[in-house]
Design a protein around this ligand. Structure first.
Ligand code: 3HC
Length: 303
């Protein structure tokens, strides 16, 4: 028997690429009302415009009727205060990869949201266990009943970019996550039309612990002159049927994001195989961040 996720209203915190995609699949496939929050009104407007664009494309390709598209759109409401999320049954955080920022956001969830709301993070590498520890009520110990209950509702729900297209969600249990929260989170990801793979809470989880050394090796090959940019990417596109070569994929993910995940892997394991390449560091120093900034290993004119 399938487990009910029990999410009657969802909050998405952060309306960048990932948050926008998560709001989209939740409204369209799980058919759940979504409150989408971001500190920037501009970002919220951009997010809605993008959602409109992909819904219209799906209508024009005959995948959705116009009423299905407008129902999905109507399920998404933008909100500019955390307080507006007070009644959600689950929130998915999708802010940038920074532990201190995430700790602050989760403390805010503890104060503003219902006591039994599921608190999910879309982090791609930061310890879910560390994030969970930040929701323990002040003055309570981690071992107390209140402490365990609070931290037990934090879970990792790692979506992949572009969220509407990629079929996977990686489900990560913190040391503290309760079984019920894990089961309901899995059921929710499945309702969003995704397949679930589980990983333990290790730096980078399974996905980025394997992907990032691959991307980093590709950058080191380029740095050492082993092959050209185009030949490195062609090798994987045509030789291994990857949709993008590793350098193109690094640009797509964002070079700052790749660097920050690699730093988490390196500091979290002290294993030199995760040391970020100097070229990657220099490109981020130069603000050549990949597709989003118009320049990375490639140049882009569509920004
Ligand atoms: N949002 C929604 N839909 C998108 C999209 C986006 N951002 N980007 C592309 N699409 C859709 C297009 O609209 C198109 O839809 P259609 O079939 O209805 O026309 C479809 O995807 C294919 O797009 P295109 O024809 O424009 O281009 P491609 O065929 O080259 O595909 C791609 C683009 C889907 C991005 C493909 O190149 C790909 O799969 N690349 C690899 C992506 C990948 O590996 N992602 C994981 C990154 S790692 C990660 O996210 C983890 C993190 O922790 C780092």
């Amino acid at each position: 028997m399938s487990i009910a996720h029990g999410i009657r209203q969802l909050g998405v915190f952060g309306a960048g690429q990932m948050g926008t995609g998560i709001a989209f699949v939740s409204a369209l496939h799980a058919k759940v009302p979504v409150l989408l929050h971001d500190a920037s009104r501009d970002q919220l407007t951009k997010s809605l415009t993008f959602i409109d664009k992909i819904l219209s494309k799906d209508v024009s390709k005959g995948r959705l009727t116009s009423s299905e598209a407008s129902e999905a759109k109507d399920r998404i409401q933008i909100v500019d205060s955390l307080h507006a999320l007070r009644d959600v049954d689950m929130v998915v955080e999708a802010v940038s990869e920074n532990l201190e920022l995430k700790r602050r956001v989760f403390k805010g969830f503890r104060e503003a949201l219902k006591e039994d709301a599921i608190l999910a993070t879309n982090t791609s590498s930061i310890s879910i266990t560390k994030i969970a520890a930040s929701v323990i009520p002040e003055g309570k110990s981690a071992a107390s009943e209140e402490g365990q209950k609070a931290a037990g509702r934090v879970v990792g729900l790692h979506f992949f970019n572009p969220v509407p297209v990629m079929k996977l969600v990686e489900l990560i249990s913190a040391v503290q996550t309760s079984k019920d929260i894990l089961d309901r989170s899995r059921a929710f990801a499945e309702a969003c039309g995704k397949e679930v793979a589980t990983s333990q809470d290790v730096p980078g989880f399974v996905s980025n612990a394997l992907l990032m050394p691959f991307i980093n090796e590709a950058i080191m090959c380029l740095e050492k002159g082993v092959a050209t940019r185009d030949d490195i990417d062609k090798t994987f596109r045509l030789g291994m049927a990857h949709p993008m070569g590793p350098l193109q994929l690094a640009d797509f993910i964002g070079l700052d994001t790749c660097l920050s995940i690699q730093q988490t892997l390196y500091t979290g394991t002290s294993d030199s195989k995760y040391r970020p390449s100097v070229l990657l560091e220099r490109m981020v120093d130069a603000q050549w961040l990949g597709r989003k900034s118009g320049r990375g290993f490639y140049e882009y004119n569509d920004n």
